[in-house]
Design a protein around this ligand. Sequence first.
Ligand SMILES: Nc1ncnc2c1ncn2[C@@H]1O[C@H](COP(=O)(O)OP(=O)(O)OP(=O)(O)O)[C@@H](O)[C@H]1O
Ligand SMILES: [Mg+2]
Length: 156
Amino acid sequence: MKIEMERTFVALKPDTVQRGLMGKIITRLEDKGFKIIAMKMLEVSKEQAEDHYAEHKGKPFYDGLVKFIMSAPILAMVIEGVNAVAEVRHILGATDPDKADVGSIRADFSPIMACNSIHASDSVESAKREMAIYFDLDKELCTNWKTMMELVIDAR
Ligand SMILES: Nc1ncnc2c1ncn2[C@@H]1O[C@H](COP(=O)(O)OP(=O)(O)OP(=O)(O)O)[C@@H](O)[C@H]1O
Ligand SMILES: [Mg+2]
């Protein structure tokens, strides 16, 4: 089995922010062992929305999607961990909450497909592209910090 340290882009969508569910969803990612190395709450601009969802341009749901992601703030994050891209997608569950596995974030929190609570990149390449839409990658990633265990060892 592949074991790769990866980074992925995650965004808590407007429905999550509006409903006060950010903490509960972040907890699921942290509980699984993922490290949050960047986090920013922001109002998505039209340009960012169109860039993020460029692959869906022309689809019937595209206009609604762009409108929705701009309807309230999002919480953008960069997440690091083992096999982060696939693992985070697994924790999210299927795009349609009705089809998502019980216990997944979308099954447990999302009312409908258009408001499915959380986005995560679907490949390492998408992750790099999406991170750069929302973060200054030279300045905004917090990579130079130690785990509690490393601090304990250093303090001996
Ligand atoms: N058939 C559809 N009808 C309505 N909305 C849809 C449909 N398909 C996708 N969407 C919306 O567009 C978003 C992007 O679709 P995509 O196929 O990339 O799904 P995803 O990768 O599971 O979700 P996301 O990119 O948001 O993490 C979905 O999260 C969903 O909100
Ligand atoms: Mg997608």
